[in-house]
Design a protein around this ligand. Structure first.
Ligand code: NCD
Length: 310
C-alpha cells in the first residue's frame, strides 16, 4: 500500500487521531526500551532537502532508523540541487536509486504533490514553501497533549510571521479540527488576509491575542520567504510582539511557550521565554521525532499493531 502525507488539511479526522495515537504508542515503546513498532522489512528512505534544515532532517533520519529503515540523503549543498537542478529532474534521476519512500522539503508550495507524479512510492512532506509542514504539527499536538492533557478546548495563539509559515497552517488545521481554539496574532502585514477557510481568530494586538491562552507559539520572521516592505524599516517588531516574561502575564498563568525553531532570540522570543519554566521547546524537539516516526510508518503502510499488544 502506498500513501503520502502531504498536508494536514487533506487528512480525515480519524486519520489525524490515528497518527496522534500511533505517535504516542511509539513514544511509550521507545521510552520503555522496546521496538517502536513490529519490525517490517528494512526499506530505503530518501531524504531530499532542497532547503536548509537541522532538526527536521535529523529527526527524519532518526525516525527511519527507529523503524529499521536505511536513509540516503540528498541536500542542496553537495548535490546537483545546488546547480539548479529541478525537483522533476532530481526525481527522474532518483528513479534508479531504488528508493521505497521519500521525505521531501522544498521551497515551493505544492512541491510534494507535484513530486508524486514522478515517484509512485509514499512521500512525506517535510515542509513545502509556505503551504504545510504536517509532521511538525503532529509533534506540536503531542506536546500540547503532554502538558495540557488534551487539545479540545485549549486556546492556542500562533504569533508573528504567520503569512510565511507552513508550521502555522498545519498547526491551525490540526488543532482546530481536534477542537482547540486557534488564534493568529501579529502585524497586519504578516497575517494572511484570507485565512483560506481556516477557523481561526485574528488579533493584531499581542496582549489581547494571547489573553487567557494555554499555548503561546511565536514564529521566526521568515525573511527568506518575504517580499520587501512587509516590515517597514525601523518598525520594531520585537517591542510589539516579542514573547517574554512581561508579555506572558497576559496569557493563562500555566501557559506553555512553544517554538518550532529555529529561534531568533531577542526578536520573536527572549531567553527567559525560550529557556524558562514555561518553555516546552525541547519537548517539541523530542515529540517531533515520534511524530515523524508515526508519519513515516503510516505513509509506508507499516503494521499499526502496538508492540505492547502483540
Ligand atoms: C520551520 C520550517 O522550516 O518550516 N522549522 C521547522 O521545520 N521546525 C520554521 C521556520 O523555518 O521558521
Amino acid at each position: 500500500m502506498s500513501r503520502g502525507l502531504h498536508s494536514i488539511r487533506l487528512l480525515s479526522d480519524p486519520d489525524i487521531e490515528l497518527l496522534l495515537d500511533l505517535a504516542q504508542d511509539i513514544k511509550r515503546n521507545h521510552q520503555a526500551g522496546k521496538p517502536v513498532l513490529p519490525q517490517s522489512k528494512s526499506q530505503m528512505v530518501g531524504l531530499l532537502f532542497f532547503e536548509n534544515s537541522t532538526r527536521t532532517r535529523v529527526a527524519f533520519s532518526q525516525a527511519a532508523s527507529l523503524l529499521g529503515h536505511k536513509t540516503v540523503q540528498f541536500g542542496s549543498s553537495g548535490s546537483s540541487i545546488s546547480k539548479g537542478e529541478t525537483l522533476k529532474d532530481t526525481l527522474l534521476t532518483l528513479r534508479f536509486a531504488q528508493l521505497d519512500a521519500m521525505v521531501i522539503r522544498h521551497p515551493s508550495s505544492g512541491a510534494t504533490q507535484m513530486a508524486a507524479r514522478y515517484f509512485s512510492g509514499p512521500i512525506v512532506n517535510a515542509g513545502d514553501g509556505r503551504h504545510e509542514h504536517p509532521s511538525q504539527a503532529l509533534g506540536d499536538a503531542l506536546t500540547i497533549i503532554q502538558h495540557k492533557g488534551e487539545l479540545r478546548g485549549r486556546k492556542v495563539a500562533i504569533i508573528g510571521d504567520v503569512l510565511h509559515s507552513r508550521v502555522a497552517r498545519s498547526n491551525a488545521w490540526l488543532l482546530s479540527r481536534m477542537g482547540a481554539e486557534v488564534r493568529f496574532v501579529g502585524p497586519k502585514t504578516l497575517i494572511p488576509s484570507a485565512t483560506g477557510g481556516l477557523p481561526v481568530q485574528v488579533f493584531y494586538d499581542l496582549r489581547t491575542g494571547i489573553a487567557g491562552c494555554d499555548v503561546v507559539m511565536p514564529l521566526r520572521l521568515q525573511r527568506e520567504r518575504m517580499n520587501d516592505g512587509l516590515l517597514p524599516p525601523g518598525s520594531d517588531f520585537a517591542s510589539q510582539y516579542q514573547i517574554n516574561r512581561a508579555a506572558m502575564k497576559a496569557a493563562s498563568q500555566d501557559a506553555i511557550i512553544m517554538h518550532p525553531g529555529p529561534m531568533n532570540r531577542g526578536v520573536e522570543i527572549d531567553d527567559w521565554a525560550a529557556d524558562g519554566p514555561q518553555s516546552a521547546v525541547l519537548d517539541q524537539v523530542s515529540n517531533g521525532i515520534y511524530a515523524k516516526t508515526a508519519a513515516l510508518a503510516w505513509a509506508m503502510g507499516a503494521s499499526m499493531r502496538p508492540v505492547g499488544l502483540a
